[in-house]
Structures are given as C-alpha cells and as structure tokens.
Design a protein around this ligand. Structure first.
Ligand code: KIV
Length: 280
C-alpha cells in the first residue's frame, strides 16, 4: 500500500480506533531519515535540542533561530511523518502578535506542520487560541513543563495530589477548548494520564505518563542511549549507542596509530605510467 503523509485527521482516527501514536524527537536531517524509514507517526523538533545537541543546562536558552535552523534540517528529511516544532521559552509568552509571528516562522521558514507550546494557564491558553485562530495547529504540553521547571520546584512528578491533579484536568480541558489538536502530558501519575486521555477527544501523548495515553513520545537521544547524562525513570533505553560510538572511535584511533587504517580498499590508485611521468 502506498504510504501517505500523516495528517491531524489520521492522528485523531488512530485515537478513535483505539490505536497508539508513536512520536520521537529529531534535530537533524539524517536522524529524521532514520525515524521516517522506521515508520514514526510524529517527529518533534523538541527544544530538548538545548540539552542534547547544544549542551545547554536546560531548554530555557534555546532561541527561535536555533529552532528554525534545526527544524529546517529535519523538514528536509521528513516526508510522511507529521512534523511538530517546539516554540522556545519566551517566544510565546509576551503577547499574541509576537506569538503568532513566531509560530508562523516555524511553519513558513522551517516547514513545520504544527507547533508545540508548553503550559496551560490562562495566559498561555489565550496565546494558543490566537495561534490556532491564525490557522496554525498547536500541540499543548502540560504536567512537567521543562521551560518553567523552576516555577514547578524542579524536574519532578506533577499532579500527584488531588488538587494538582484537578488543576491538570482543568488545564487539559482548557487546551482542548482553545483548539489544540493534541496534548503532551509529561511526568504525571499513570492513572491521572489515563483519566485525561479518556476524557479528551484529542489524542493525548504521554512521556512518563503511563501506558494508557493515546501515544508516547521520548527524546530520541535518550531512548537510543546517545545522551546518558540524565536518566529519568520514564526513559527506556532501546540501544546503547554512546557506548557503541565510543568503542568505534577508540577502535579507529588505535588503527590510525598502528597504521592499519586505511587499507587498500579505502585508498585510490594511480596508473604506474602516470606515476613514472612525474620523473621522481
Ligand atoms: O523538547 C522535547 O523534546 C519535548 C518532549 C520531551 C515532549 O518537549
């Protein structure tokens, strides 16, 4: 069967049929090609870019220019997956005009299909509504929102008491009403994520939110074991690529030092008569 580009309708159909949506992050062309060929549904150019690619301590310093630069590269490697780009901290927090302009840049300049915005309070949901009204699909993100982790008391589970759980349920409903086509729930108890997923008509994608969400997302560098500085409980490592890469690099270094690389099959030859013409 011919493969077709995934749309928002496909994502909501997956939910209504009881299926699951698979989403991963990418920040460059070649990773996007790998995710695509494996059949991923959604590729997220996450602002986790700040941590795993740019070496910042958090996602806070990530700029619009950095997001656009990386999202453009991912766009070139993405054909079928639905492409979402994160709006970085302070690109959607000031006023509606600036928020719409920045969301528009991620769509027009970088080629994203949609943007993701962290937060669910009144200010943020008003910004989200403005972006949706401007014709740009928005994925919400509540629970542990890394851009405002300081306000949340650090990187820790959210919604684990009745009041906080109620507030997250309220925010999810507000985001659905504001027009989000999907929301991400990060680092909340599995039973709460299940309740929200059942209540919402839009697909709910979990990260550290249990198995009963409509889909799952992980940072690709975490799940491939490429970035091992942080190890949240919710990450499953499907590979240990940092270890494999390190072994390969050590092997290369040794072969260079021992003059065992390159071999003749990695080298170019010159005809003997041409060599003789050099008269050396
Ligand atoms: O930036 C990111 O990668 C994210 C995911 C972890 C959901 O927001």
């Amino acid at each position: 069967m011919e493969r077709k580009k995934i749309t928002i309708s496909d994502l909501s159909r997956i939910k209504s049929e009881g299926g699951r949506i698979a989403m991963l992050t990418a920040y460059d062309f070649s990773t996007a090609l790998v995710l695509e060929s494996a059949g991923i549904d959604i590729i997220l150019v996450g602002d986790s870019l700040g941590n795993v690619i740019l070496g910042y301590d958090s996602t806070v310093p990530v700029t619009m220019e950095e997001m656009i630069h990386h999202a453009k590269a991912v766009r070139r490697g993405t054909r079928y997956a639905f492409l979402v780009a994160d709006m970085p901290f302070m690109s959607f927090n000031i006023d509606k005009a600036q928020t719409i302009t920045n969301a528009g840049r991620l769509v027009k300049e970088a080629g994203a299909d949609a943007v993701k915005i962290e937060g669910g309070n009144e200010t943020i949901s008003a910004m989200i509504k403005a972006v949706v009204d401007a014709g740009i699909p928005v994925m919400g993100h509540i629970g542990l929102t890394p851009q405002t982790a300081t306000m949340l008391g650090g990187y820790k589970v959210q919604g684990n008491n009745a009041a906080a759980a109620k507030e997250l349920m309220r925010q999810a409903a507000v985001l659905e009403k504001a027009g989000c086509f999907s929301i991400v729930l990060e680092c909340i108890p599995d039973v709460l994520a299940e309740l929200i997923s059942k209540k919402m008509k839009i697909p709910v994608i979990g990260i550290g939110a249990g198995v009963r969400c409509d889909g799952q997302v992980l940072v690709t560098h975490d799940m491939l074991g490429l970035y091992e500085r942080l190890s949240p409980k919710f990450v499953k490592r499907y590979a240990h690529l940092a270890k494999e890469m390190s072994e390969a690099v050590a092997n290369y270094i040794q072969e260079v030092k021992d003059a065992k690389f390159p071999l003749p099959q990695h080298s170019y030859t010159m005809k003997k008569e041409e060599l003789e013409k050099l008269g050396l």
